[in-house]
Design a binder for this molecule. Structure first.
Ligand code: DQA
Length: 144
């Protein structure tokens, strides 16, 4: 079963980006981690990252058409992109919103997620483990 793990802007710089907030795991290590965890759960996981809102919206359209479950870290788009929210609303399989940090414990502009209301659920604040939990959640949703 195919699963997409989609990452928004600046997440390609994980490892060097604000390590005090996001940890020192690199983006490449995140990709390997998701692929390995996915394999153990019987998923064929494809991990992507873009800084481009249009590209991310396009990936969501394809996921909607193919009924592919999505794990999405919308990064800063979380807080203001209605285009991203509208694309998420079209998904036909579960959507898990993930965050590495806990946005609720940070600046007030991070307290709003325009994506949360169209997600199946949200996992935030567990570092890279947030992605592990999201894949586990998709697996459990699929088997209940
Ligand atoms: C983030 C939190 C967002 O507020 C921020 O803009 C990011 C990363 C997270 O994973 O903690 O880029 O989505």
């Amino acid at each position: 079963k195919k699963v997409l793990v989609l990452n928004g802007p600046n997440l390609g710089r994980l490892g060097s980006r604000e390590p005090d907030v996001y940890g020192d795991t690199s983006y490449d290590d995140l990709v390997k981690r998701c692929e390995r965890n996915g394999r153990e759960l019987g998923f064929d996981v494809e991990v992507r990252q873009t800084d481009d809102e249009a590209e991310l919206v396009g990936w969501l359209h394809s996921a909607a058409d193919a009924a592919t479950p999505v794990v999405l870290n919308p990064a800063a788009f979380t807080h203001y992109s209605y285009a991203l929210r509208d694309a998420c609303a079209q998904l036909t399989a579960p959507l898990i919103e993930v965050h590495i940090s806990n946005p609720a414990a940070r600046e007030s502009f991070r307290h709003t997620s325009v994506v949360a209301g169209v997600a199946t659920g949200t996992i935030a604040g567990f570092g890279m483990v947030s992605y592990d939990l999201a894949l586990q959640a998709l697996h459990d949703l699929h088997h209940r």
